[in-house]
Every structure is written in C-alpha cells, then in structure tokens.
Design a protein around this ligand. Structure first.
Ligand code: ADP
Length: 416
C-alpha cells in the first residue's frame, strides 16, 4: 500500500502528515522554525529534518509528496535554485509603493493590487536589486521547497500564482503582466496536485524514498486547510474561527470584489470564494481568557437569543461583509452579567458570519448547504448551536484541520 506525504510551511513552523490510501493518518511530525536571519536556509533545514523524523518504513513506500507554503512568501533564485536575496515574507508590505505602477496597467479589482501581493514584491525587487547578468527565477516558498525535492527550477501552481497576477480562468499569464515582470523568469504554472517529476536521486538515497516517488505541484496554506476539512461539493463551506473570521465557500461561480476583500481561487472546475472579517476570537480574547470562554459559554442557553445587537471589533473598520474602513465597533449596552455579554459577542460574530455567506450568495455564489468549522472557536459547542440557527444549515467541526493533511490529500490526487 502506498503512502502520501503532505508538508505545511506555516508562519511559525512546519508540519508533515503521512496518510494511507484510505486517507488515514499514519504519521504526523512538527517542527518550530528556529530564530533565523537566513529564512531560506532555515526552511531547507526544517524540510530535511521533518522528513527525517518520518518513520523510514513509511518513507520507503511513499508514492507522492505535496507541499504548501504561506501565500505570497516569495524568493528570487539563480537557475540552480540558489536564492540571490533574502525571501520576502507573506506579510511584508514594502511593495506598497509599487501599487501605482500596477494599477496603471492591471484591470480594476485585480488581486495583485495589495501591498503584500507577490507582484508588489516582485516590483519592489525590480526597483531595489542591481541588474543581474544571469536569469533570475521568481518562485513562491512552496515552489522553492518542492524544487529541493524534484530539482526542476521554475514550476508553481495556480493557487500560489494567483497573487502574482496569473489568470486562473484562462490558465495563462495575462498580457498586461509582461511589462511588469520582465526581466524576471516567472514560473510555469500547473494545477495543484499535478505530478512534477520523480524525487531527485540524492534525495531518494538520503531519505530512503522509492525511486518512483512523485513530487507534485503544491498550494497555499489556507487552501490546504480548506482541502483538509472534507468539503468537496459546491455549497459546502469552511468557516475559520481563529483570531479573525474567515469564510470560504465552494461555488460553481467565481466572484471577485477587491474592495470587499472577496476573491476566488480555482479548484478544478469549481471556485473557492472567500472573504475575511476583522471580527473573531481576538475580540473574545480581549474580554475573556480561554478558560472563562469555556466556562461562561456553558451557562448560555443558545436557544434563547439575547436582544443585544453587537458588531464585535477591536478597532474601527471592516472589509467584509461590510466594506467600511470607518465602521465603528458596536459593543453597547454592556450588561453586568459576563454570561450575557459573552452571549451578545458570540451572537454578533455568528450574525457577521451569516451575513458573509449571504453576501457571497447575493453576488452569485452557489447556495450554502453545510458549514465545516476550523480554528479555536470550534470547541465551543454552545456557539456551534447558535451558528446553526443563524446559518440555517448544518454546522460541523472539520474532521481534519491541518494544512499538512490537505497537502497530503493533494498529493493523493483528489483535487487536481
Ligand atoms: P489563530 O490561529 O487565528 O490565532 P486559533 O485558531 O488558535 O487562532 O484560535 C484562537 C482563538 O480562539 C482565540 O482568539 C480565542 O479567543 C478563541 N477561543 C478559544 N477558546 C474558545 C472558546 N471556548 N470559545 C470561543 N472562542 C474560543
């Protein structure tokens, strides 16, 4: 029986999950990044150490590998894959000054029109690096890490390439992009999960992989987490109840509305339509500890709604589902009883979630049928029942939430 390896490079560490052909987890390993002044070196070391921690009996029967990285974490390399400058990380906004030149040629609503987009980072390098006399390859973190294993320089996937400006509808780089990206070599873009090639012989020998073990095109961390959830049919969605509220709905139709932060990733013949609100667990944590959240929530009767009408935010402004940079938090009146206050907060966030799905459907997304849930809020059963009522569809904890599990499924070939 073959095994499938998914590797997730997140913001603070990396995780590897091996599944079998029945999608059961056979091994799971995790490593935190060490404080690093050389990120690419740190990622490479972490990758190799993680693989070494997987039992060799599983490695010997590995059929395929896929990796995900953080979206818009990018590198510039020579043709041998050696980084020629430190990577720019997902949240690096130094490209903000390049947005005017992108806006001058890109269509309106283009997702690259953000200070942290891969394209803004590429433009920043264009202005700040000395011209090189060798071709320079622009890669995403996941592309570069997979390159360590398959050895073919310049290959990406259409999830990572979206924020570089790749046209995921027509599966090509659009004409407007070319003048912005020269002289850098952009990666060839494949469907996530597509086999790129067999494992490099030195890697095969070092880690005891079989010679026909395939390295596949990867994805981004948030899409890998969606894939992990088990949502596969149009109308199924995943809400991430972490520090912020993020929703993603699998849809027949594509929706892009940059002003509201709504954009679509391609998923085979479907679209993954998403938006993110500034509300979420960070507001709860501002008022309550996790222990208080658990204890007080048990005292709430979810069937008996409060009359409070909160829009929980820590500071003014939201993009989705209400696009208003000056939107004021609504947290009054503040009842004396903390149970009542918490009920108001949980209901407020649940209403924003429901409004989010209504907004996506109003813009043409496939009607919602079921919501899987990931993130710290999932363990709150009272909240799950409340959300059931606002959303009017079953609300289910995701059976798997780790991005590494989603990447393992990708290498298994379910989503290409
Ligand atoms: P992230 O990775 O986005 O920082 P997590 O998925 O780890 O977030 O979730 C952390 C959030 O979960 C915190 O903001 C906290 O308020 C919230 N949380 C923790 N326990 C509960 C609970 N019992 N009910 C609701 N929210 C909770």
């Amino acid at each position: 029986m073959g095994f499938y390896l998914g590797i997730d490079f997140g913001t603070s560490g990396a995780r590897a999950i091996v599944i079998d052909a029945k999608r059961q987890i056979q091994a799971e390993r995790q490593l935190e990044f060490t404080e690093s002044s050389d990120w690419s070196q740190c990622w490479q070391t972490t990758l190799f150490q993680l693989i070494e921690q997987i039992p060799v009996s599983l490695r010997r029967e590995l059929s395929a590998i896929a990796l995900n990285g953080t979206s818009s974490t990018v590198l510039l390399c020579d043709r041998s894959g050696n980084p020629i400058t430190p990577p720019l990380l997902y949240n690096d906004a130094r490209g903000r000054d390049t947005l005017e030149e992108i806006r001058a040629v890109a269509p309106p609503q283009q997702i690259t029109l953000s200070a942290t987009s891969s394209l803004a980072k590429l433009r920043w390098w264009y202005h700040h690096l000395q011209p090189a006399d060798t071709p320079l390859y622009f890669l995403h973190q996941a592309d570069w890490l997979a390159f360590q294993l398959h050895g073919k320089i310049g290959i990406s996937d259409y999830h990572n390439a979206l924020k570089l400006g790749y046209d995921v509808e027509n599966l090509c780089y659009p004409d407007w992009l070319e003048p912005l990206t020269a002289p850098f070599k952009l990666p060839q873009v494949l469907a996530p999960g597509t086999p790129i090639g067999e494992i490099l012989p030195p890697m095969r020998d070092r880690f005891h992989f079989p010679p026909d073990c395939l390295v596949c095109a990867g994805t981004t961390d948030s899409i890998a987490a969606f894939l992990a959830s088990g949502a596969t049919s149009p109308g199924e969605a995943v809400t991430s109840l972490g520090s912020t509220l993020v929703i993603k709905l699998l849809s027949h139709t594509r929706i892009d509305e940059a002003a509201s932060g709504i954009y679509s990733h391609r998923l085979g013949n479907l679209w993954l339509v998403g938006g993110a609100s500034n509300t979420g667990g960070a507001v709860l944590r501002h008022f309550f500890s996790d222990v208080e959240l658990a204890e007080l929530s048990q005292q709430i009767n979810p069937e008996q709604p409060s009359l409070l009408d909160y829009y929980p935010l820590l500071q003014p402004g939201d993009r989705f589902p209400i696009n208003d940079p000056n939107l004021l938090p609504r947290l009054e009146p503040h009842p004396d009883n903390p149970v009542d206050f918490l009920q108001g907060l949980l209901e407020g966030i649940a209403r924003i979630e429901a409004l989010g799905y209504q907004r996506l459907q109003a813009l043409g997304a496939t009607p919602l049928t079921r919501v899987y849930t990931a993130g710290g809020g999932t363990k709150n059963l009272t909240w799950m029942r409340m959300r059931d009522r606002y959303l009017n569809v079953p609300v289910i904890p995701s059976p798997q939430t780790e991005a590494a599990y989603g990447s393992a499924l990708l290498s298994y070939g379910n989503f290409s």
